[in-house]
Write a protein that binds this ligand. Structure first.
Ligand SMILES: C[S@@+](CC[C@H](N)C(=O)[O-])C[C@H]1O[C@@H](n2cnc3c(N)ncnc32)[C@H](O)[C@@H]1O
Length: 367
């Protein structure tokens, strides 16, 4: 088949029908994923997955009665999520249930494999599309705080389970001697702390240490303070609204959990951290897993992870950085080489990739 490009009027290029069919099928699959996410989102907010996990197998009638929702709509929803493979249908008795795995993914709040957090995050980003599209034209980005409020709690819902399973078990031990330092009592800063989950997790495990979380988004700091009070950790954890180049104090460890690439001036942020370190102190970056080159991110075994992070980066991280001074816009797939260069430029002589996990890179920097 020969067609000329409707955009460039370039010479006709042959369309390979097999490649076209394969791409069409793939995008259809992606459309199903997109609309399936919306069904999963609604099932979460209406408590349908939790009901199935707790009380299934159920007929549509029983679901409607127990969830207090319209029977016809829930019957259609059940058919749709069964078609998506999100619930299991048993024709005999017209029963719906969730397998143990489906229960974890859709109903086990806090489990590392729970997926309603990223689904919430995608839903929230759809709401910001008009201002994101404008940002493509004006190039001045979109401030983190100007996203709709769902983004902040969905980020926490997404990362919280990962942090609870990884910070103390995997990331901190990747840095020599750090666990012992924290056990003995250290001063720790968490820069770009968001709703404070990472600082609170560490404070809960290392009672001899003191933690300070900083973020320039005031509403996130207010939530973090409430969370510290609820956790009874107010004495050892404080949260302050401060930008990454502004906070004061002296620290043995300064962490950036998924925040450095969101900053306008990451070199300035780690240079400031260097000034705030006690002698022998450490900067630890936790960044999304990435290789150095786009082609490697597209083809590595972690390509699905890269795909997600490039998308989130387009819609939140790059515009967030562009909205700040310098606007370096590292992106969520910066990769080890660029992260190392940022740290070197800020004056850190010793930089090491301390861990490469399924989802993250852990980078250690010392003067
Ligand atoms: C993707 S969120 C991560 C939040 C938290 N660390 C977590 O992992 O859940 C990035 C955070 O960096 C914060 N941030 C971005 N630029 C900042 C800056 N220049 N100074 C302080 N915080 C900043 C944002 O407000 C946001 O809370």
């Amino acid at each position: 088949m020969l067609v000329s490009s409707p955009v460039t009027k370039s010479p006709a290029r042959a369309i390979n029908p097999d490649a076209l069919q394969a791409l069409h099928g793939k995008v259809l699959g992606d459309c199903n994923a997109g609309i399936g996410g919306l069904l999963a989102f609604m099932g979460d907010k209406l408590g349908l997955f939790r009901l199935l996990a707790a009380a299934g197998p159920l007929t549509a009638n029983q679901m409607a009665a127990q969830a207090g929702v319209n029977e016809r709509l829930v019957r259609e929803w059940l058919s749709a999520v069964a078609a998506a493979g999100y619930v299991k249908y048993e024709p005999e008795g017209e029963l719906f249930e969730v397998t143990p795995e489906q229960a974890v993914v859709f109903a086990a709040e806090g489990h590392p494999a729970f997926m309603q957090g990223p689904i919430d995050l995608i839903y929230s980003l759809y709401h910001d599309e008009p201002q994101l599209r404008d940002a493509f034209r004006h190039g001045r980005g979109v401030r983190w705080g100007d996203h709709n409020a769902c983004l902040f709690c969905s980020t926490e819902r997404f990362f919280g389970p990962l942090y609870r399973s990884s910070i103390v078990g995997e990331w901190l031990p990747a840095i020599d001697g750090l666990i012992e330092t924290l056990r003995n009592g250290a001063d720790v800063a968490d820069v770009g702390c968001g709703l404070g989950t990472s600082a609170l997790i560490m404070a809960g495990v290392f009672p001899a240490s003191r933690f300070a979380g900083f973020d320039n988004h005031v509403a996130s700091i207010d939530s973090a303070r409430r969370a510290a009070t609820e956790a009874g950790l107010n004495g050892r954890v404080r949260f302050e609204a401060a930008a990454a180049k502004e906070y004061t104090g002296e620290f043995d460890l300064i962490c950036f959990f998924d925040s450095l690439h969101d900053m306008g001036d990451p070199v300035g942020a780690v240079a400031h951290a260097k000034e705030r370190l006690k002698p022998g102190g450490i900067v630890m970056l936790v960044e999304p897993y990435a290789e150095d080159r786009l082609e490697d991110n597209l083809s590595s075994a972690r390509a699905p992870v890269s795909r997600f992070f490039y998308a989130a980066s387009t819609l939140a991280c790059v515009p967030g950085s562009q909205a700040q001074e310098v606007g370096l816009a590292l992106g969520a797939q910066a990769g080890p080489r660029r992260l190392t260069a940022v740290l070197h430029e800020a004056g850190f002589d010793r930089v090491r990739i301390a861990a490469r996990t399924a989802m993250n890179l852990v980078v250690e920097a010392r003067v």
